[in-house]
Design a protein around this ligand. Structure first.
Ligand code: DX5
Ligand code: ZN
Length: 229
């Protein structure tokens, strides 16, 4: 995983056909996805349940590029090794998921994955300053986590402040929630480089008819690239 700030589109398989994950991952990659975003939910940290490390391991062979695993679970630490063993390239944990995020980030890197730090919309950047040397990615949630298809929350000022804090460090800014061709320019202009999109990528297509995935990815990318700061 070489670092650069080019726009990367990361379809979230939360919006894919759950009975067809392998084929859906391959389809979005063939249609231009840069990363595949995998949303793990536990029904405790967030009010929804998806799947765990066994599913991640099962889809891993169907992803050629980066498998970006977003853990919306608490506690996190007992499961890090399992997600790393499942082949996650990036493991992102929430700052709000427990009292020892510093230890969690250490454990993620210790397990051989890139470490991501996710922030709920209501979480400020104060604590992030103390964690910047331990992270490879900061995920700014632009919806409250738990469900796909929610309305985008405009957090441009927070993204801009984060971009300034990061400076020259090789840290991705990922945006997750409500990303569409309409909202992508807002976050790209503020400094984001990884755009997660679920509904906006998968709408209109299927494994049998994947061309709409390609058109949706291209539309988000074009809108973001035109605005990137
Ligand atoms: C929300 C998830 C997101 C979600 C994005 O809890 O973390 O990744 O799938 O879905 P859209 O793009 O539909 O808002
Ligand atoms: Zn996510």
């Amino acid at each position: 995983m070489a670092f650069d700030r080019s726009i990367k589109i990361a379809p979230s398989i939360l919006a894919a056909d759950f009975a067809n994950f392998g084929a859906e991952c391959a389809a979005v990659e063939a249609q231009g996805a840069d990363w595949v975003h995998v949303d793990v939910m536990d029904g405790h940290f967030v009010p929804n349940i998806t799947f765990g490390p066994a599913t991640c391991a099962a889809i891993r062979p169907h992803i050629k590029g980066v498998m970006d695993v977003h853990l919306m679970i608490a506690p996190v630490d007992p499961y890090i090794e399992a997600f790393a063993d499942a082949g996650a390239d990036v493991i992102t944990a929430h700052l709000e998921a427990g009292p020892h995020i510093h230890r969690t980030l250490q454990a993620i890197r210790g397990a051989g994955a890139k470490a991501g730090l996710a922030l709920n919309p209501g979480t400020g950047l104060g604590d992030v300053a103390h964690l910047l040397d331990m992270v490879d990615l900061v995920c700014v949630m632009t919806v409250n986590p738990g469900f796909g298809g929610q309305k985008f929350i405009d957090l441009s000022a927070k993204i801009r402040d984060l971009r300034a804090m990061i400076g020259d460090r090789p840290i991705h800014i990922e945006i997750d929630g409500g990303v569409t061709p309409q909202t992508a320019p807002i976050v790209a202009a503020a400094g984001a480089d990884v755009l997660v999109a679920g509904s906006a990528v998968f709408k209109g297509g299927s494994v049998e008819d994947p061309a709409p995935y390609g058109a949706n990815i291209a539309a988000i990318r074009a809108a973001a690239e035109a605005a990137q700061s």
